[in-house]
Design a protein around this ligand. Structure first.
Ligand SMILES: NC(=O)C1=CN([C@@H]2O[C@H](COP(=O)(O)OP(=O)(O)OC[C@H]3O[C@@H](n4cnc5c(N)ncnc54)[C@H](OP(=O)(O)O)[C@@H]3O)[C@@H](O)[C@H]2O)C=CC1
Ligand SMILES: CC(=O)N[C@@H](CCC(=O)OP(=O)(O)O)C(=O)O
Length: 385
C-alpha cells in the first residue's frame, strides 16, 4: 500500500506534490466583464446604488487589536498532518508565536523539522498530558489539527481553561458556545474576545466568501460545484488521496449532504445550498463554480462592484474580473473571486472562487483567528500578495 504521508515533499516553506501526473490546463478564453449578459446596461445610477453595498461592514481591526507584544506559547495536536505542517510553516514566520509542543503518535521522539525558532521533539500527548501542561502554564493556546470526531477528549480535559483553543475539524462548527472564525464575515471583535474558536471548512470558506455579497439578492437555491486537490482528504490513505486512481481522473463524492453544504447554509442564515464536491489529481487548491439565481435583474458590472465594495480593505480576498484559476492559488494565502457571468435574463449569475485548502482553507485562517484572539495584528506572519 502506498503511503500518503510521503506524498507531500516540503521544500522550505513550500509544499510540493509528488509528480503523479502531468496535467495540461487548457488556456482559458478571455471573458470580458458583461460579455455574458444581454440585460440592459441602462439601469440608472440610483437603481444601481439600491443594491450596491457601499462599504465593507466588517473591516479589519488593524492596530486596534494589535496591542499585545508578548509571545504566546502554542501546543499543536495533530502536527504530522497536512494542516499541521502548513501551520508549522506559518508559525515559524510569526515572531509572537512560540511553538512549544507538537503532538503526533507516528512521529513521537523525532525532531521537528522546518521550525527554526527552537528545537522541538514530537511527543505523543494524551488528553491528560495536555491538561497537565495547560495547568502548569506551559501553553497559552492549543491548536487541534485532528480528524473529525477525535478532539473531544482533549477539549474535555482542558475543561474551563482560559487558554485559547482553535479547532480545525468540523466538530464545533455548529456549536453556539464556540466562535466560528471566518474573520472577513464574522464580527472580528467577537473572534478577538473568544477562547474557543472553530475554524471553518475549506470549501465552506471559499463558498461563503463567494456568496455573502449577494445574499440579499438570492432568488432561489444556490448550486456549488467544487473540485479539490487531494490534500483535502488528509494523509490517511483512501480512494480520495490515491494518486493512481486520481491520475487523469475526477472523483465525485458526497454528492448530497456533505457537511460543508450544511455549514455554508447554516452560516448564511439558512440560504438553500446544494454542494457537489469532487477530488482531483492536483495536490492543493480548490476551484468552486457557483450558480446563483437572482431575485432581480442585475448586470455583471454591478455585481462586480458589489463584491469590490464588500471586500474593500480585505487583504486575503481578491476580486478579479476573469474566472480565477486553481493553478494560481496553490501555496497562496488569499481567496480569489471572479467570473460574474450573468445570463441573458439578468437573473442568474455564475461566480467562481479559488482557495488553497491548506492555507486560507485551514492554516492561514487558523493563524488569522489566533492573531485576533491573542491580541496581535490579524495578518502578522501571513504572506500578503
Ligand atoms: N486537509 C485540508 O485541506 C483541510 C482539513 N481540515 C480539517 O483539519 C483537520 C486535520 O486535517 P488534515 O491535516 O488534512 O489531516 P491529516 O490526516 O493529514 O492529519 C491528521 C493528524 O491527526 C493525527 N491523528 C489522526 N488520528 C488521530 C487520533 N485518533 N488521535 C490523535 N491524533 C490523531 C495524525 O497524526 P498521528 O497519526 O501521527 O498521530 C495527524 O497529525 C481535519 O479535521 C480536517 O477535516 C480543514 C480544512 C482543510
Ligand atoms: C477532498 C476532501 O476530501 N476534502 C475534505 C474537506 C476538508 C475539510 O475542510 O474538512 P473538514 O470540514 O472535515 O474540516 C472533505 O470533503 O471532507
Amino acid at each position: 500500500m502506498f503511503s500518503a504521508t510521503s506524498r507531500a515533499v516540503r521544500i522550505g516553506a513550500r509544499r510540493v506534490a509528488p509528480r503523479a501526473a502531468s496535467i495540461t490546463v487548457a488556456p482559458m478564453p478571455k471573458i470580458s466583464l458583461g460579455q455574458n449578459t444581454n440585460i440592459a446596461r441602462s439601469l440608472s445610477s440610483t437603481a444601481r446604488l439600491s443594491y450596491a453595498t457601499t462599504t465593507n461592514p466588517n473591516p479589519p481591526l488593524g492596530k486596534k487589536n494589535a496591542s499585545n507584544e508578548t509571545p504566546s506559547k502554542i501546543g499543536l495536536i495533530g502536527a504530522r498532518g497536512y494542516t499541521g505542517q502548513a501551520l508549522i510553516d506559518l508559525f515559524n514566520d510569526q515572531p509572537l508565536i512560540d511553538l512549544r509542543h507538537v503532538s503526533s503518535r507516528e512521529l513521537a521522539g523525532q525532531e521537528l523539522k522546518g521550525y527554526t525558532k527552537r528545537n522541538i521533539v514530537y511527543e505523543n500527548l494524551s488528553a491528560e498530558d495536555v491538561a497537565q501542561l495547560d495547568k502548569d502554564g506551559k501553553v497559552d493556546c492549543w491548536v487541534m489539527a485532528l480528524p473529525n470526531g477525535v478532539c473531544l477528549p482533549f477539549v474535555q480535559a482542558l475543561g474551563q481553561s482560559s487558554s485559547l483553543i482553535v479547532d480545525l475539524s468540523a466538530d464545533y462548527r455548529f456549536d453556539d458556545s464556540w466562535s466560528y472564525g471566518l474573520p472577513e464575515l464574522q464580527k472580528r471583535g467577537t473572534i478577538a474576545q473568544a477562547t474557543r474558536i472553530s475554524n471553518p471548512g475549506c470549501y465552506a470558506t471559499g463558498s461563503q466568501l463567494a456568496l455573502a455579497p449577494l445574499l440579499e439578492h438570492l432568488g432561489g437555491p444556490v448550486n456549488v460545484f467544487g473540485a479539490s486537490g487531494y490534500s483535502g482528504a488528509g494523509t490517511k490513505p483512501s480512494p480520495k488521496n490515491d494518486v493512481n486512481l486520481l491520475r487523469d481522473n475526477l472523483i465525485p463524492y458526497s454528492l448530497t449532504g456533505h457537511i460543508h453544504e450544511r455549514e455554508i447554509s447554516h452560516q448564511l442564515g439558512g440560504a438553500p445550498v446544494a454542494f457537489m464536491p469532487h477530488v482531483a489529481s492536483w495536490f492543493s487548491g480548490i476551484h468552486l463554480t457557483i450558480n446563483i439565481p437572482l431575485n432581480k435583474t442585475m448586470t455583471s458590472r454591478d455585481i462586480l462592484q458589489i463584491y469590490q465594495d464588500r471586500y474593500a480593505g480585505e487583504k486575503l480576498v481578491k476580486i478579479v474580473g476573469e474566472p480565477p484559476l486553481v493553478k494560481s492559488i496553490q501555496n497562496k494565502h488569499h481567496v480569489e473571486i471572479g467570473g460574474f457571468a450573468v445570463d441573458k435574463t439578468g437573473k442568474r449569475v455564475v461566480v467562481c472562487a479559488t482557495i488553497d485548502n491548506l492555507n486560507k482553507g485551514a492554516a492561514t485562517q487558523c493563524l488569522q483567528n489566533m492573531n485576533l484572539a491573542l491580541g496581535y495584528d490579524e495578518y502578522q506572519g501571513i504572506p500578503i500578495e
